[in-house]
Design a protein around this ligand. Structure first.
Ligand code: BGC
Length: 593
């Protein structure tokens, strides 16, 4: 389901991040007016705007440099232009003409000395989106330092030093209440619907006891369906109840229903049109969040894998890139992906036992220099749109893809007869040859751009095993770099850009926690045996298109080096059970079954 671009430095890549983050540190207003006598007041505001053609996401962090605030805070500013706030989070935001006020939520009324609060909002504008530079906190101008605020009169203060009238409530729990790695030390939920399909296959019981993710790939999947869909009929509550009954410690859902979904491919287009962001929020994310927040499930670690392929598509598959699509241009211009992911992270991240891992593509997509940092940046933009990077527990790579976990017989530093493997046709100047090195390095990049240093990575190992008789058992002895790489590589695809029902693939590492440094878990997010897309057009009512990358006779496009697709024949639509593929995956499992 993953449409990677090939990105070699031989191609000219122009990339302007139209959604640029501009942070303004505000200081400098001279006038300091005290509203509370005797209280030393002072504050600092950092304001940033991620702007696109008609709107932007504002992110505001206010730091209280004065005495502790215990009964609520209000941050105010005025816009210079016609900016109009449409939605806010982590504060109640109201606007009157150009004047905006943001009032603390009841659960976060206090702001200790030197403590910060962050809130965000979406807004529309036309013309120029000029950042405001003057802010107040509880009526006091934020100069960036503690104002000397003598009592306004020598009379007895009209109000005594404040004490909270209502104690801060404890919900939602702070992000710090979550465990660092939700996979550690507990058993995963086994989806009975996938188990039944696996068990119905000869030999399937050897693997059916592994935890796999539950894909919420349409609105109807929340309540459960009549069984006519390709994915089964249990709804979110059914799965959570079953997880409790199993005594599972964690359960994995895939949040996968963005407006204009799968903009660079056709096989997993979904039900929501490009402009259906409001429906995504109200009919999809809100109901999921309501169920996941039910205290009945508080003891479960609920893990959401958030929106496969979406944000990376905005980096590499917009026009100006080889094989870019108009659909991706649309989703970049209308903000639907960034705002949708931001909304999902915000709503789901607010729940104390819920963990968000955002999709970060795979090495054969993001591993080129031209894509690496821009992807980290757009992931950060979505997290900022959610109000806080704390809404992100980590990232997942290789979801539903086939990239080898470890290339055993060569690394990125290997040279053959003086020629780097990076120059081989297979590696094509990528900086990574496998998913583990990519995941660990991308984690560092994500921390460098602003994510918490506690983030962990997941790697989908459901179908990247590449065992069986075609697996190389030693490094090639060839002195030709292409022959060396092609004979040595574990990943046996025709091209690393191939993604649909790959011929020769096997089950990969079984799901487990803490397998390597920086990796929270190996997971099976794509349930083995579920198709990536149909080999020919199959009419359906799920919005699924026919992508020729799933047709074994297709000779490719710019994104796979004009190679054969490597897809298995006779595949059903994405998500539907594909027995021949499941049998191949078991036969080529590595480690072997
Ligand atoms: C499909 C989804 C399906 C998922 C898991 C995706 O490619 O679009 O409908 O739930 O794969 O099999």
């Amino acid at each position: 389901m993953t449409p990677p671009p090939s990105r070699s430095p031989r191609r000219t890549l122009t990339r302007a991040l139209t959604v640029a983050a501009a942070v303004t540190l505000v200081s400098g207003l001279g006038v300091v007016a005290a509203t509370q006598a005797s209280a030393a007041a002072g504050c600092r505001v950092a304001y940033s705007a991620n702007t696109w053609s008609t709107g932007f996401t504002g992110n505001v962090t206010v730091t209280n440099l004065g005495d502790p605030i215990t009964n609520g805070w209000t941050v105010a500013w005025a816009f210079a232009g016609n900016q109009t706030v449409t939605q806010g989070w982590n504060a109640t935001i109201t606007q009157s003409a150009k004047n905006v006020t943001a009032v603390s939520p009841t659960y976060a009324n206090s702001l200790a000395t030197n403590a910060s609060a962050t809130f965000g909002f979406n807004a529309n504008y036309s013309g120029t989106n000029t950042n405001p530079t003057a802010f107040t906190l509880n009526g006091v101008a934020c100069t960036g330092s503690t104002g000397t605020t003598p009592p306004t009169s020598s009379a007895t203060p009209s109000s005594p030093p404040t004490s909270p009238s209502t104690p801060p409530t404890t919900t939602p729990p702070p992000a710090g209440a979550k465990v660092d790695n939700p996979y550690a030390g507990v058993q995963g939920y086994k989806n009975p619907e996938w188990q039944a399909k696996a068990n119905a296959e000869a030999g399937g019981s050897r693997v059916s006891n592994n935890p796999t993710a539950v894909w919420l790939d349409r609105i109807a999947a929340i309540e459960g369906t009549d069984g006519s869909s390709s994915n089964g009929s249990m709804g979110v509550r059914d799965h959570l109840d079953a997880a409790l009954a199993q005594g599972a410690g964690y359960i994995q859902f895939v949040i996968y229903n963005l407006p204009g979904r799968d903009c660079a491919a056709l096989a997993s287009n979904g039900e929501l049109g490009p402009n259906d962001l409001p429906r995504y929020k109200s009919e999809y994310i809100d109901p999921i969040a309501a169920i996941q927040a039910d205290p009945k499930y508080a003891a479960l670690r609920i893990i959401n894998i958030v929106e496969i392929d979406s944000l990376p598509n905005l980096v590499t598959n917009t026009s100006g890139n080889a094989g870019g699509t108009a659909a991706c241009d649309t989703m970049k211009a209308n903000g639907g992906y960034v705002q949708g992911v931001g909304y999902a992270l915000n709503k789901l991240g607010a729940i104390g036992n819920v963990y968000n891992y955002v999709d970060a593509a795979h090495h054969g997509w993001i591993g080129w220099d031209s894509n690496f940092l821009p992807t980290a940046n757009i992931l950060l933009q979505a997290a900022q749109a959610s109000g806080s990077v704390n809404n992100v527990t980590g990232f997942i790579v290789n979801t539903a893809n086939y990239s080898a976990l470890k290339e055993q017989w060569f690394g990125i530093g290997t040279s053959v007869n003086g020629t780097s493997v990076r120059q081989s046709t297979w590696v094509d100047w990528n900086q990574y040859v496998d998913e583990l090195t990519f995941a660990q390095s991308f984690r560092n990049q994500l921390v460098a751009v602003g994510f918490n240093s506690s983030i962990g990575m997941l790697i989908d190992t459901s179908r990247n095993g590449w065992g069986g008789s075609a697996r190389p058992t030693a490094a090639s002895t060839s002195t030709d770099v292409n022959t060396f790489v092609n004979q040595s590589r574990i990943d046996r695809r025709i091209h690393a850009g191939n993604w649909c029902n790959q011929s020769g693939a096997g089950l990969g590492e079984r799901p487990r926690a803490n397998p390597e440094t920086g990796i929270d878990a190996y997971v099976w997010v794509k349930p083995p045996g579920e198709s990536d897309g149909s080999s020919s057009l199959i009419p359906n009512d799920e919005g699924k298109g026919f992508d020729r990358m799933c047709d074994p006779t297709y000779t490719g496009n710019a994104r796979n080096g004009n190679s054969l697709s490597g897809a298995l024949p006779n595949a059903p639509i994405s998500g539907a059970w594909f027995s021949a593929q499941f049998q191949q995956l078991m036969a080529n499992a590595y480690p072997a079954l």
